[in-house]
Design a binder for this molecule. Structure first.
Ligand code: AMP
Length: 284
């Protein structure tokens, strides 16, 4: 498995595969890989003969007070994991390749980015839209895989691809969780042992809240109670805990089983900001 660092080299590899009649999947990542990322590669494999994983810690999606400088990175470890997962090519461009000094273009998906992480992290989704538009154009893959862990990101990227007529099909991959249900995340490594135990409450609290809403419990009171439960469990701060329609991200005041909805949460614990989301559906 090769690593290329320029768009020209990426395009040459992809063109050769396409000329041989092969389909190509793209799995964009910021490195510091875990099983959640590898599941994107596996899903890519199910849809294409060739899988490209990109590794790029995109500076434009980090706020000034966020963890860009501290973001974990270990390319050799990532490459070994990707090779084992069946990845064919790593695209790991440097910042200059992605953003030359006179880079001038902004990409903004309106509406869907005003709420949830968009409200808590101003400008974040502009950076995501910018880099994903570039990656999709650079790779020209048949399909691109994004994790449902970042559900709002997935919805934003689907809209971006549709609005800009980017022909790559956007696929969502289910959330991969640790044994206690914590959604895998590169940022989980910021947690110490005690915080890691607290972190395991996030998914349980939102699963329980989603189950109660599915059973007919009032939404607003349920969300407030769940946010309070996170603080009681030991989280430092809840950025949001909300029930929204799955595709439009419109707020849900009264749950209607005919309209898919999800519960979304972001909460801070020490240096980590953890996010998760679950569907509103009856608990078996
Ligand atoms: P990141 O490296 O955090 O930017 O994530 C790269 C991609 O992997 C995004 O599409 C994420 O949604 C996805 N991803 C991250 N963690 C998980 C997970 N636990 N399960 C599924 N997908 C994930």
């Amino acid at each position: 498995m090769e690593t290329v660092r320029t768009v020209a080299a990426l395009r040459a590899r992809v063109r050769a595969w396409r000329d041989a009649g092969e389909r190509i999947a793209l799995a964009p990542t910021m490195g510091a890989l875990h099983e959640g990322h590898l599941s994107l590669v596996t899903l890519g494999r199910a849809h294409a003969e060739r899988v490209v994983a990109s590794i790029f810690v995109n500076p434009t999606q980090f706020g000034a007070d966020e963890d860009l400088a501290a973001y974990p990175s270990d390319e050799a470890r990532d490459a070994a994991m990707l090779e084992r997962a069946g990845c064919d090519l790593i695209f790991a461009p440097g910042r200059e390749e992605m953003y030359p000094p006179d880079f001038s273009t902004r990409v903004r998906v309106e509406g869907l980015t005003d709420c949830l992480c968009g409200a808590a992290r101003p400008g974040h989704f502009d950076g995501v839209a910018q880099v994903v538009a570039k990656l999709l154009n650079q790779a020209q893959a048949d399909v691109a895989i994004f994790g449902e862990k970042d559900w709002q990101q997935l919805v934003v990227i689907r809209r971006l691809a549709r609005d800009l007529d980017i022909p790559t099909e956007i696929l969502g991959a289910p959330i991969v969780r640790e044994a206690d249900g914590l959604a895998m995340s590169s940022r989980n490594r910021y947690l110490d042992e005690a915080q890691r135990v607290v972190a395991g409450h996030l998914n349980k609290v939102i699963f329980a809240a989603a189950g109660r809403i599915a059973g007919g419990a009032p939404v607003t009171a349920g969300m407030a109670a769940a946010a309070a439960a996170l603080v009681t469990a030991g989280f430092d701060q809840v950025d949001y805990l909300e029930c929204r329609e799955a595709h439009s991200l419109a707020p849900v005041e009264t749950f209607d089983p005919a309209r898919p909805a999800r519960v979304f949460a972001a909460a801070r614990l020490g240096r980590a900001r953890l996010i998760d989301n679950v569907p509103v559906e009856a608990v078996a």
